[in-house]
Design a protein around this ligand. Structure first.
Ligand code: TYM
Length: 329
């Protein structure tokens, strides 16, 4: 089984990225053959950005993934822009993706807002490049958080449409979305997901944040009205913290509810904050140790890119062949 996932280099990585996706990347290393992970710098060019910062953040994101437990020798870890098959397949897949479908994507509508006619064409094309990322490896499974569900649907549609029109060539991938922690919420505004772009700074916990600061953020988290510690629709703040603690302890939300029954919100929030801080501390330490070691990071990314190219090149060649692009092989 082939696993593929991608992560954006823009923005500081937060607890939502960690719980919703990165934890599953790490688990994927033991069950996939191979597990392929990519830092999507090309996707990072679809919004306003600074080139030097993009390059820097791409390396930092790679360092964070290694700090979180990805082993560049056991998985394929690379930078999207280093493997040209992604851009080529993106173009080839544009023939089986409609403009209407791209225009309807929620993330596009949210990001473009009222400036729909002025945003880059790249932003509209974002999901096609993402489809190319996965389909170039004939990946079976894509570990992601809940917010990527629509993007996975689009890539499945593209693969099905391609196979129907040009013959069986591509694998239709499945999303792997965690049952608990698929949508970690902002601690201050729990109606919203935790996010570097759309969330609040005080409600966002970063993977590389100082432990004391993490505890403080949980202490100040919005805890809904009432006093029960239960997962319920009218308690988005408390439900979120129950889910977070369940993931940290590798147990179920029901177990957390039982343990904290009768506790006050203050004690519960402090407990969650302290456990999250202790859980992330080793990742932060390892990250700080390697994040400025450019030579090390560039060297494993280069090895990753050549492993990735070796898998993607023959698959993209099959796509060209099926579409009648280039000479007969
Ligand atoms: P990105 O970089 O925004 O997010 C990386 C991963 O983190 C998950 N995530 C969350 N999970 C739970 N709760 C949250 N609050 C939360 N916020 C983010 C995301 O679902 C994602 O899995 N389009 C992708 C990058 C991408 C990709 C791909 C993913 C490019 N090509 C191919 C899979 C396969 C993105 O923007 O992720």
């Amino acid at each position: 089984m082939v696993i593929f996932s991608g992560i954006q280099p823009t923005g500081r990585k937060h607890l939502g990225n960690y719980i919703g996706a990165i934890l599953n990347y790490v688990k994927g290393q033991d069950k996939a053959d191979p597990a392929i992970y990519c830092i999507v710098d090309l996707h990072g060019t679809t919004v306003q950005y600074d080139p030097a910062e993009l390059r820097q953040r791409t390396r930092e994101t790679a360092a964070l993934l290694v700090a979180a437990g990805l082993d560049p020798e056991r998985c394929v870890l690379f930078r999207q822009g280093d493997v040209q098959e992604h851009s080529e397949l993106c173009w080839l897949l544009s023939s089986v993706t409609s403009v209407g479908q791209l225009n309807r994507m929620h993330q596009f509508r949210d990001k473009a807002g009222a400036a729909r006619d002025r945003v880059s064409a790249g932003l509209l094309f974002y999901p096609v490049l993402m489809a190319a990322d996965v389909l170039a490896y004939r990946a079976n499974e894509v570990p992601v958080g809940e917010d990527q569900r629509e993007h996975i649907e689009l890539m499945r549609d593209a693969a099905e449409a391609f196979n129907k029109r040009f013959g069986e060539t591509l694998v239709v991938p499945e999303a792997n979305i965690p049952t608990v922690g698929a949508r970690v919420r902002d601690l201050k505004e729990p109606e919203r997901k935790m996010s570097t772009t759309g969330g609040t700074p005080q409600g966002t916990v970063y993977v590389d944040e100082e432990p004391e600061s993490i505890v403080k953020k949980f202490k100040k988290a919005v805890a809904d009205s009432g006093s029960e510690i239960v997962v319920r629709d009218d308690k988005p703040g408390i439900s979120n913290m129950i889910e977070i603690l369940a993931v940290v302890r590798d147990t179920t939300p029901a177990e957390i509810e039982r343990e904290f029954e009768g506790s006050g919100y203050g004690a519960f929030k402090t407990a969650v904050g302290e456990e999250v801080a202790a859980w992330l501390a080793p990742v932060r330490e390892k990250y700080l140790e390697i994040k400025d070691d450019t030579a090390y990071i560039e060297s494993f990314l280069e090895v990753g890119a050549s492993k990735a190219r070796a898998i993607a090149a023959p698959i993209v060649a099959d796509v060209r062949e099926a579409m009648g692009v280039g000479p007969v092989r």
